[in-house]
Ligand binder design. Structure first.
Ligand SMILES: *Cc1c(COP(=O)(O)O)cnc(C)c1O
Length: 399
């Protein structure tokens, strides 16, 4: 096979369908003011919701961690890679999430693959929200369990799907959902999901990668808002690369869950532990996220300001009270053109297309951060007003 020729054809097809993706090279640190290919831009596309990715105390902890522990972990956790910094971070994450224990993974993608494949296998069934993150769907596919997807945020449909199944047998039924949905910004009906799980003897797993640190007075995420503890949601996944601004992820739950994952989660066993210095940086970020609640306060005021301003422009927003504020344009080409126009106007905004979102729902994914100022939000709104005045973008018209 002519590999180069074949791939050229496939790439041309992606280009034709408006699905070709290009990376932008950032020159300085992550934050709301970024330098992209030599040009200063205001970043409304990242997940650094609390503005911690380049916080001096987090960076200092990383530097100190490197001096104390070196650059790399040198081995997997079960070999000789599990250090004091990892261990302390796990204890702090357990305390933060109100769980008995927490287990660090190198990324959220790996935490999800590891947890789902450890808990479910052939003969079992995994129930997933249609809009779940790719790593949750991939985990179910890799597990060999039957995968049943239910309509977005529809606990009644989930109940129906679960009760139609093999109730009463010994197989595992695992319900899996994002907590705060990454591309829509809405919150899963976690209390209803927990009720269905309890009623129909299933296990509930919530991945709150985007909610932790951001939602709730303490930053405890969707489960703090719904006041659900370990009994209601026995498997909680969080990541450190978003609101906490660093890198890595964790699963939190009862002691038996964590011990079992240590034995059986393949993405835990067969990979190098996070650099311990990164664990030190995450400890500093976790402390700031917990103590500096003004970050959440300012962020939520910016969210309200953005939504009020967008409403005045007639933009159709999604029902999101989170820092993720998508503007759905529908067609792939429109969203690419709109993203480029916003870039020219001084802003970095994500142009999100399938397969990240369903076909026909391509969108600008605008994200807010506690590091943004009101003036920056107002200037983004002014740029969106300019776009909305140009008919080719059909900004505000739902597909
Ligand atoms: C980003 C994300 C992940 C992956 O986390 P990484 O640490 O970036 O691998 C998992 N789940 C959800 C819902 C996410 O948004």
């Amino acid at each position: 096979m002519d590999l180069r020729g074949e791939l050229r054809a496939r790439l041309a097809a992606l280009e034709r369908d408006g699905l070709y993706r290009r990376r932008r090279v950032l020159e300085g640190p992550q934050g709301v003011d970024v330098v992209v290919e030599g040009r200063q831009r205001v970043n409304f596309s990242g997940n650094d919701y609390l503005g911690l990715a380049n916080h001096p105390e987090v960076v200092a902890a990383l530097r100190r961690g490197a001096e104390d522990y070196g650059a790399g972990a040198g081995a997997a956790h079960l070999v000789s890679g599990h250090g004091r910094a990892h261990h302390a971070l796990e204890e702090e994450l357990a305390e933060f999430t109100g769980r008995e224990r927490a287990l660090l993974f190198s990324t959220g993608y790996m935490a999800n693959l590891g947890a789902i494949t450890a808990l479910a296998g052939r003969g079992d069934t995994v129930f997933e929200d249609r809009l779940n993150h790719a790593s949750l769907l991939d985990g179910a596919l890799l597990s060999g369990a039957r995968l049943k997807r239910y309509p977005h945020a529809d606990a009644a449909a989930l109940r129906q799907s679960l009760s139609a199944g093999s109730a009463g047998d010994a197989s595992t039924r695992l319900i899996v959902s994002d907590g705060l949905f990454s591309m829509d910004g809405d919150v899963a009906p976690v209390a209803e999901l927990a009720a269905v799980a309890r009623e129909l003897d299933a296990v509930l797993m919530i991945d709150d990668a985007h909610g932790l640190g951001v939602l709730g007075g303490r930053g405890g995420g969707v489960l703090e808002l719904a006041d659900l503890g370990q009994d209601a949601v026995p498997v909680l996944v969080g990541t450190l690369g978003k609101a906490f601004g660093t890198f890595g992820a964790f699963v939190a739950g009862c002691a038996e869950l964590i011990e079992y994952l240590i034995q059986r989660a393949r993405t835990y066993l067969y990979t190098t532990a996070l650099p311990p210095a990164m664990a030190e940086a995450s400890r500093a970020a976790l402390r700031l996220a917990r103590e500096e609640s003004w970050r959440r306060g300012h962020l939520h005021r910016l969210i309200q300001r953005f939504r009020a301003g967008a409403g005045q422009l007639g933009l159709v927003l999604m029902p999101s009270t989170s820092p993720i504020q998508p503007v759905v344009l529908g067609a792939n080409a429109s969203v690419v053109r709109a993203g480029t126009a916003l870039f020219e106007a001084g802003f970095l905004v994500g142009a999100i297309r399938p397969p990240t979102v369903p076909v026909g729902t391509a969108r600008l994914r605008i994200t807010l951060s506690a590091a943004h100022t009101e003036t920056q939000v107002d200037s983004l709104l002014a740029a969106l007003a300019d776009l909305a005045a140009r008919p080719e973008f059909r900004v505000g018209a739902m597909p």
